[in-house]
Design a protein around this ligand. Structure first.
Ligand SMILES: [Zn+2]
Length: 91
């Protein structure tokens, strides 16, 4: 996700709909875009909070899949989910 894109100017949704991080629970894409465009330091701080939460959760899910012997299934699901047009990549 490139938060500075105009498509997020009035987007009330969080960065990632099912994310439980502080940023996604409290701020919209529109507000994060506003902060970014205004050069506010809060923008990279909130984005970093989401990104760290995302990667921590991803690593946890990977470890679980490996431990349960279903990493290949996890890998295929991961790539399938991210090939969708609205998939979240990175801020
Ligand atoms: Zn988040």
């Amino acid at each position: 996700m490139v938060i500075k894109n105009a498509q997020y100017e009035k987007d009330p949704r969080p960065v990632e709909e099912d994310c439980g991080c502080y940023t996604c629970r409290n701020f919209s894409r529109a507000y994060l875009r506003h902060l970014f465009m205004a050069g506010e330091m809060l923008a990279p701080r909130l984005n970093t909070m989401h990104n760290l939460f995302y990667y921590t959760r991803l690593m946890h899910e990977m470890r679980e899949a490996i431990g349960q012997g279903r990493f290949e299934e996890f890998r295929k699901r991961f790539h399938a989910d991210r090939s969708e047009p609205d998939a979240i990549a990175a801020l």
